[in-house]
Design a protein around this ligand. Structure first.
Ligand code: SF4
Length: 193
């Protein structure tokens, strides 16, 4: 990857100080340290999930993909090829690695039952079954065939859908098709891309 303007300024500053004060040039050592950090990593392009700007990020993961190796994210930075942010990230996006490597991150579906005071883990199969069950029930219970003046409307007012900034155009296309087929009229998406 080619160095960014920020990298250039940082290397120039550190190198300049070392050359002036200590009499030797740190540029090669600094460049090698940067290269070592992401050497042998896999690059994955993704989207910052924090806000509707939807900046592009590159996630660097170490691990040779063998079955007995747990992949480890070692670095996250802005994607210089992304048309929205062109490599930049705000402070929140710059801390994205702390979101990925966080022991409080939810990795399983959870449900909080009526009158319960806690969330319980459930399997993905159970979550899908329950979502299907409650979607059907909510739609059947709240479906409106005719409005107050007798006009046919066929709409479902008991379900709403909101999407996130990491949803792709293709995903959103399918969401709209699915929700409209159920008669859902309350559709929104956080992203403005
Ligand atoms: S990097 Fe900042 S501005 Fe960009 S999507 Fe993330 S939170 Fe929003």
């Amino acid at each position: 990857m080619s160095p960014t303007r920020r990298d250039f300024l940082r290397v120039s500053t550190v190198s300049g100080i070392a050359t002036t004060v200590l009499g030797f040039d740190l540029t090669p050592a600094y460049a090698q340290a940067q290269a070592l950090k992401i050497s042998r990593t896999t690059e994955t392009r993704s989207t910052c999930p924090y806000c509707s700007v939807s900046c592009g990020v590159i996630i660097y993961t170490i691990g040779d993909k063998a079955k007995n190796v747990t992949p480890q994210v070692v670095h996250v930075e802005g994607d210089p090829d992304h048309p929205i942010n062109r490599g930049t990230l705000c402070p929140k996006g710059s801390s994205l690695m702390q979101d990925i490597l966080n022991d409080r991150r939810l990795l399983k579906p959870q449900v909080r039952r009526p009158a319960s005071d806690h969330w319980e883990d459930i399997s993905w199969d159970q979550a899908i079954d329950e979502i299907a069950h409650w979607t059907k029930k909510s739609r059947d219970d709240g479906f409106v065939e005719k409005d107050s003046q007798g006009r046919t409307v066929n709409r479902c007012e008991s379900i709403a859908w909101t999407g996130g900034c990491t949803d792709t155009n293709e995903f959103n296309y399918l969401v709209v098709k699915t929700m409209r087929s159920l008669g859902v009229c309350y559709l929104e998406n956080q992203a403005r891309v």
